[in-house]
Structures are given as C-alpha cells and as structure tokens.
Design a protein around this ligand. Structure first.
Ligand code: PMV
Length: 312
C-alpha cells in the first residue's frame, strides 16, 4: 500500500523569533508545496529519495545520529516502524519550496511526511499528524515554536499562540510578493544568535516581545478588514524589531527598502540572516517589478487555503 500527502510552505507575516518566547505569530500558507509518498517494504530499511539527496539506513538509529538533512523524515518513519511493527518504509519527496529561505520547506516536509506515513495505518487525525510533524521538526531544530508546522497543516492565515491557533479570513486585496536574497540560512544558528542578544539585553528584548504581541493582536482585525496601509505600517514596525535583534543584513535591508518603497510594507520572513523578504501588496505587480529591477528573483504568492492534503 502507498500513501501520499502534500503540505504548503508559508510566509511569516508577523512574529518570527518572538514566537519562540511566547509572543505569538501570524502566518500565511502559500501556494508552493511539498509532496511526500510512503510505502511499506519487506526489507528492514528506511529509504528516502528527494531532490536534495537520499538516505538508505537500518531502522532504530537515534535521529541525532542520522547525519543527513533527511533526518526528520527518518525519525517519522522510524517512529511508525516501532509503533506498528512492520519491517521497513520507503519514502519519496518532491518539492517546489526552496529550502532554508524562510518559506517553511522543512515544516511542510515534516507535515507531508508525517501524513504520508500515518496514512499507511488506520486512525490518523490532523492533530496527531501535527504532533508527529513537530516532533520530527525538533530533530532538525530543537527549539521550534511549532508555528510553521501548524500553518502547513491547517492552511490559510492563522494567528498562532502556544496553546491555540485561530484562522483569519483576509479582506479584499491581500497580496504578497516574495523575493529571494539568493542566500540560505540555518534557522538553528540564527535563533541561537537571537538568544545571545536576549541574554545580553533582557529588558529591551522583553519590551519588543510585548510590542510584537500588541501588533499581532491588532493585525488580525486589519487583515480581516483589508486595511492594507495600516497593516503595511505594522509590518515595517515588525521589521525594525528584527533589525534590532540582529537577524537582518545589508542585502535583506536593501530588499526591504525596495519592498517598502513599492508597497504598503515589507519585512523578512522566517529566521533571517539570508533567505526571503516579502512585500504586502494590494494585488498589483509594482513590488514584484521593483524587486526584479533590483536584481532579485521574485514571485507573487497566493494564499493556500487547503493546508495538508492526503491522497489515499
Ligand atoms: O526560517 P524558518 O522558515 O525556519 O522560520 C523560523 C521561524 C522562527 O520563529 C525563527 C523559529 C520558530 O520555530 O518559530
């Protein structure tokens, strides 16, 4: 039997890094996807193929000893083998989400992988799949907030809090232009850098966490009412906090200025230190044109309303 599942990438509209310390976040699933298929096999093996490499290993190895970027999928397969007593699993990954640029490729991979493997067995709910996906994401980045896996599972725009999340229905004219700096980042090392900043500047960091929570509280209504200008202002404010905690750089700064000049607002998405920025548009192409004129690859991201899709 074969099971296939697909999950979308994401843009973080508000709250990356601060969400790790409980401030919440607002994320939007985008129309770029990762698809994972899983199949039970009779050999005692975990086999994974993907565009970024492959893995062929015995089961039962602790995830921390799996020296591969496919470690989180190995962990999902190994967990299933232990629970269901079958000998092996093979998985195949197809992605149209670039990796390490703040668009949620690793979370989408964990969610699609957890769903594909769970689909080989009875009784898999979205909640259980999300739990397994976050557990798998932790094998790559121990401190994950879980926000990315949540939006990849449920789709749409969500306000994420540590204990719950809620959907936000956007008003008219909500558009995103996503531009790439051409460099990647390691979420783990940028988060570690932010921790150092926080340890050295506890009062300043705490003030920014409070301000970010306040932005997130009011942004929900602005998204629903399509208040693009006010939302843009808050996005720019959020970008200032990201610059203050040291996750921007010269290239990202230049890109953000381009986006802010051509649209209501622009900021980094994800960990920063490389990767992507986005501009909030009213559906027009001005920001995308400006990014391209500046020499940056850019695409207009649509909202993915489906989240996780399981094809069984
Ligand atoms: O760059 P990404 O897509 O891995 O996003 C990281 C977001 C952080 O807030 C920095 C970490 C987290 O787990 O929420």
């Amino acid at each position: 039997m074969k099971s296939t599942a697909s999950a979308p990438g994401k843009v973080i509209l508000f709250g990356e890094h601060f969400v790790v310390y409980g401030s919440g976040a607002i994320l939007c699933a985008i129309n770029r996807r990762i698809t994972v298929s899983a199949e039970a096999i009779t050999e005692k093996k975990i086999r994974i193929t993907s565009d970024v490499g492959s893995l062929d290993m015995e089961p039962g190895i602790p995830a921390c000893d799996v020296g591969s970027s496919l470690r989180s999928l190995y962990h999902i397969a190994d967990t299933a083998l232990r629970s269901h007593g079958i000998p092996g699993i093979k998985m195949a990954v197809k992605s149209d989400i670039p990796a390490g640029v703040g668009l949620g490729s690793s979370s989408a991979c964990c969610v699609a992988g957890a769903a594909a493997v769970s689909g080989l067995f009875p009784d898999s709910s979205r909640e259980k799949i999300l739990e397994l996906a976050v557990d798998a994401e932790r094998t790559a980045f121990q401190g994950t907030s879980g926000a990315d896996c949540t939006v990849c599972t449920y789709g749409g725009i969500i306000r994420y809090g540590a204990k719950s999340h809620e959907k936000i229905e956007p008003g008219p004219g909500f558009g995103l232009a996503v531009a790439s700096s051409g460099t990647t980042h390691s979420t783990e090392s940028v988060v570690a850098r932010v921790k150092k900043f926080r340890d050295a500047n506890p009062a300043e960091f705490s003030r920014m966490c409070d301000a970010e929570s306040e932005i997130i509280r009011s942004a929900k209504g602005q998204i629903e009412q399509g208040e693009t200008a006010e939302l843009g202002r808050m996005i720019n404010q959020n970008q200032q906090y990201l610059e203050a905690i040291g996750v921007s750089n010269q290239t990202l700064q230049e890109m953000v200025r381009i986006g802010q000049g051509a649209a209501a607002g622009a900021k980094i998405t994800g960990a920063g230190g490389g990767g992507c920025v986005f501009a909030l548009t009213d559906g027009g192409t001005g920001a995308a044109d400006a990014f391209r004129e500046g020499g940056y690859e850019c695409f207009a991201a649509g909202i993915d309303c489906d989240g996780l899709i399981v094809f069984n």
